[in-house]
Structure formats: structure tokens, C-alpha cells
Design a binder for this molecule. Structure first.
Ligand code: GLV
Ligand code: MN
Ligand code: MN
Length: 415
């Protein structure tokens, strides 16, 4: 594997990343690629064409999870998987997910150029809807693969326009029973995901790579507040049941609960606040909040959620509004596999890269792949820790290091 680095076509990979970024619902360089949108489908076609050009055999499941296989010399053995997602939240950058997909493909091409013959097949996976934008739940594809979301539950998903998963996936060309998306234990021998850190530590510490040992546990709670609308001038302040004022209290209470958890690992965000009717001269009568709470410790995270529910009860009584909460998901944290971590560490050392072991605070499809296979993740730095923003940036050197070490790791795992 001595010349892995020399076979890496970083310019070619960067060109592909830039080309993928052009396929966007927003004006490039801003990337918005919501699952099953026209941009998502075009982006899939682009990536699949690159996989076919690399000689990989491409298949898709009933929700569009895509598998691109480089056949090993013992094709009956379970493959080693790598990959990530290409959907992007509104107003995103071009590296989140895409580095793991196109970087995974480049790692395979590097091994092909070196004349490496894997014993196990190596399979690149492009997961459907890692981002929760359309259906309000993240990691839809991998969640369904691991049967953490059952087909029956998936069929209840709707987007903002009221369109269901069934209609959207068939319209996008993905057919067949949803039951067939579920993968059995052992379908993948091991799975490794390359991703940008989405935090500042690797760059701050001057490191090339992070070897992820745990993936933090995300939870999401939807809160709907029903108050009483009315004329913003005519209705005096006493007796108002302003749903947005009530929501403001909840948002601040959630922030305070996360800040006082006793650990910096607890984070809470309210990223969606829909106000009805949304007119400047009308008292808000209904507000929907979507909250996102995460921690490396599931129990500590759940305490924050309970505090939020408690505050909902208090605010309900005090303000005379009605508040409904719905737990959208509360996933357990994942622990990465020691064998894969060792392979990544060996690869990083052999490649002369500076690395550390770390926790992933973002969630990833690996969180759900961990339910059906041993997994680990490889992080590269991103400038200023910025992600989910158009100015997200990872340098070609950082990406090159990630692909280099991923290629060596895949070679070690596939034998
Ligand atoms: C993934 O995109 C996350 O929000 O962690
Ligand atoms: Mn993301
Ligand atoms: Mn991602």
C-alpha cells in the first residue's frame, strides 16, 4: 500500500465534489438538495454514473438507498461497506456527506489503480435522506435498513405539503416492498464512514484525522402550542393567549436545561418555529417547534427532554394555552468497533497522519448501521468547525488524508 497517496487523484475528486455541488435547488455554491427533489435525483444519477465508470455494480432498494459494489475474489463473503449521504439541508455547503460518498468512491479507485484485489467485496452505500428536512426524521434510509423505523411507521411519514413517503418514493422511481429495505445482521461485514467533523477540534489541534469511538445520541421532540389569535391592536394584553410568547418561554427553558446539564456534551436547538397565521398584525394562535437535543449520554439527554415537558405543563397552566409534545425520535448512542478502529489507527500511522480518538456529536447513518454491523467513522477537519452552512469548507489536503487512510483501512478490512 506504499503508494496509496500517489494514486490518489485529489484534483479529480475535488472536481467531482464541485460538480455535485452544482446540482442544487439553490443558487450554487449554496447547496440545497432535499430527498426526492429533482436535484436529489439528478445528483444520484451523477454519482451512479461515476460508480459505473469505476466498474462498480449499482443496485437500489425500495427507498433509494444505493449500493455500488466492487466485487471481491470471494463474492459470497459479506462485503465491507463505506459511504454516506448526498442529500443536503436547505442553505448547506458541499462537503457534508458528499466527502464520504465521493471520497469512498475515490478510495475504491485508488485501490483499483494499485492493482489491489479485495477478498471481500467493497460496497459504497449512498443512504437516502440522512437529513431530516423532508420527513422530519434523520437517517431515514439507514433507520429503515436497521428496522429501527418499520415499514408501517415509514408509511406514516408526510412532508410539509402532506405528500407521503409512498407517493414520493414511487414518483422518484423507487418501487418494491418497503420490507425489502431491511438488512439482516451480517449483510455487511463491517462499515466505515468518512465525514467532515462538523466541529472545530481537529483544526484547532492541528490534526489530520479523528477516529470516532462513539456517536452521540440525538433526540427530537415536536411541540405544538395552541393559543388564541386576534387583532394585534384590538386585543389588550391582559388575557392574551399568545402561542409565540409561550413558545419563547419554552425555547429559553430548553436552552437553560441544556446549559445546566453539568456537561458540555449536552446540546439543544430549536431549529424550526412555524407561526400561524404569521401576520405582523395578528396574535399568533398556533406555533410548532421542532427541537433537537443531543448528548453522548442518553440518560442525561433524556433528563433535558423531561425538563422541557415539565416546562410545557407549567406554561400551559400559567398562560392558558394548550401544548402537545410528540417524541419524534430518541436514539441510543453507538459505540464504534475496536477492530475497525485499530485498522484505522494502523492506517493513519502508516500514512504518517496526526490523529486523535474522538466522539461524533453529529449523527450519521453509521449510528443505525451500528445496529446491524460493526462500524467506525473517520473524521477530517472542517474550517472553523462550520457545517450546515454554505461556507462549510474542507481543504483538498484534509480530504486527501481522509481518502488515503480510508483506502488503507478498506484494504485491511477487505483482505
Ligand atoms: C446530521 O446532519 C446531524 O444533524 O447531525
Ligand atoms: Mn448534515
Ligand atoms: Mn452528514
Amino acid at each position: 500500500m506504499a503508494d496509496t497517496q500517489s494514486r490518489l487523484s485529489i484534483d479529480g475528486l475535488m472536481t467531482e465534489l464541485m460538480a455535485l455541488a452544482q446540482i442544487s435547488e439553490a443558487e450554487p455554491p449554496v447547496v440545497t438538495r432535499v430527498v426526492f427533489s429533482e436535484a436529489d435525483l439528478r445528483a444520484r444519477d451523477y454519482v451512479k454514473s461515476l460508480c459505473v465508470a469505476a466498474g462498480l455494480v449499482v443496485t437500489e432498494d425500495a427507498v433509494g438507498n444505493t449500493f455500488a459494489r466492487w466485487q471481491g475474489s470471494e463474492p459470497d463473503l459479506a462485503p465491507v461497506g463505506t459511504g454516506s449521504h448526498i442529500d443536503a439541508i436547505p442553505n448547506a455547503g458541499l462537503y457534508d456527506g458528499c466527502v464520504g460518498v465521493l471520497g469512498g468512491l475515490e478510495a475504491i479507485r485508488v485501490l483499483q489503480k494499485l492493482g489491489f484485489k479485495p477478498r471481500r467485496s467493497i460496497e459504497l452505500v449512498i443512504f437516502t435522506s440522512e437529513e431530516p428536512t423532508r420527513f422530519g426524521i434523520g437517517c431515514l434510509g439507514s433507520r429503515m435498513m436497521a428496522n429501527v423505523m418499520t415499514p408501517a411507521q415509514a408509511l406514516t411519514l408526510r412532508d410539509k405539503e402532506g405528500l407521503g413517503l409512498e407517493e414520493l418514493r414511487t414518483r422518484a422511481g423507487f418501487r418494491g416492498p418497503l420490507e425489502s429495505v431491511v438488512l439482516r445482521q451480517g449483510r455487511f461485514h463491517q462499515f466505515v464512514e468518512l465525514h467532515i467533523e462538523q466541529g472545530p477540534f481537529l483544526e484547532q489541534e492541528g490534526l489530520d484525522l479523528g477516529l470516532v469511538t462513539h456517536i452521540a445520541a440525538p433526540a427530537s421532540m415536536r411541540v405544538v402550542i395552541e393559543g388564541e389569535g386576534g387583532h394585534a391592536g384590538g386585543k389588550l394584553m391582559p388575557g392574551r393567549k399568545d402561542a409565540l410568547a409561550a413558545a419563547a418561554e419554552l425555547i429559553l427553558a430548553l436552552e437553560a436545561a441544556a446549559k445546566s446539564s453539568g456537561a458540555v456534551d449536552t446540546v439543544a436547538t430549536v431549529g424550526v418555529c412555524e407561526v400561524f397565521p404569521g401576520a405582523v398584525n395578528s396574535i399568533p394562535s398556533r406555533v410548532k417547534l421542532e427541537t433537537d437535543v443531543r448528548d453522548t449520554d442518553g440518560a442525561r439527554r433524556d433528563r433535558v427532554l423531561r425538563m422541557l415537558q415539565q416546562t410545557c405543563k407549567e406554561v400551559e397552566q400559567r398562560r392558558g394555552v394548550k401544548i402537545q409534545t410528540e417524541l419524534v425520535n430518541a436514539d441510543p448512542p453507538a459505540t464504534c468497533d475496536a477492530t475497525i478502529l485499530q485498522s484505522m489507527e494502523d492506517a493513519a500511522q502508516a500514512a504518517g497522519k496526526k490523529y486523535k480518538k474522538m466522539v461524533s456529536r453529529a449523527y450519521h447513518d453509521s449510528l443505525f448501521m451500528a445496529r446491524i454491523a460493526p462500524v467506525a467513522m473517520l473524521f477530517i477537519p472542517c474550517r472553523g468547525g462550520v457545517s450546515h452552512r454554505p461556507d462549510e469548507y474542507a481543504s483538498p489536503e484534509w480530504i486527501g488524508s481522509g481518502v488515503h487512510v480510508l483506502a488503507r483501512t478498506l484494504a485491511a478490512l477487505a483482505g
